[in-house]
Write a new protein. Sequence first.
Length: 317
Amino acid sequence: MGENSTNNNTQNTADYLAQLLKDKKQLAVFPNVFLHLERLLDEEVCRVRGNLFQINGVKKEPLDLPSAEGQIEPHSEKVYVPVKEHPDFNFVGRILGPRGMTAKQLEQETGCKIMVRGRGSMRDKKKEELNRGKANWEHLNDELHVLITVEDSPNRAAIKLQRAVEEIKKLLVPAADGEDELKKRQLMELAIINGTYRDSSIKTTAPPTPRLVAPQISLATPLRSPTTPLGAPLILSPRLPMTNQLSNGMGPPPLIAPAEAGLLYAPYADYHQYATLSPALLAEYPGADPSGTGVFGKQRRHLTIRDHPYTRAGSLS
């Protein structure tokens, strides 16, 4: 129960930090316009980052500094990194953090300047070898260490340096993979800075993927079946023999049973009266032979001489 509550608080803090950094990026469009707003926003970002890196619920209290006694002088302290005991552990990345944000957070909390110095402190190894032995690069001859510097009165500088050394020593304790809570939060902060962090407070629903659905085909009328044939007969072969003929020699095509060759056939109601109706229908036409023999009588055309209304003179004598 307590672990789930801690995870929820960390998630909410990360969401809030992402929103603050987004507001800061939008506010950067108007430089030197909202001065107090920029200052308040930076203070809030610093406070939220401190809450994000509260490991195991340990809250870091601000320093309680006394009044300055004596002159302001530079003070420094070295904390060596246990590279020989843990040669494969990335201490530099753990101390600096993403974009150096972990070291900057420690500087704001302690008031000291924190720098990684010594052999192996530079990312570019070739450049490190070229600069070793040159002026202002003497620290490359020393072992890998963290240099802490501060300018303040002796009494105040001692308190700041002590707090900084304690925080640095906490970072120099390696943790097993998958159990490093600091590394998880550093990666979370890196995602926030790069803009790849997903805000859990904004619920996004993925668009539904289109699905191909086969259309439902519904027939208004049922399919024809051999038991209930409809329409005229379908004759697949033109060479069917004519077996049944009527008396006039002009009978209809033979009737074919539906079971033969899968033919569809619907008999007409008055098809059997075809022989009796044919002579009567033919008798209505002039010149038709009502005997039903199929021979029509020939009509002879008689031509008559027509008198012309105008006759030529001398044509008739």
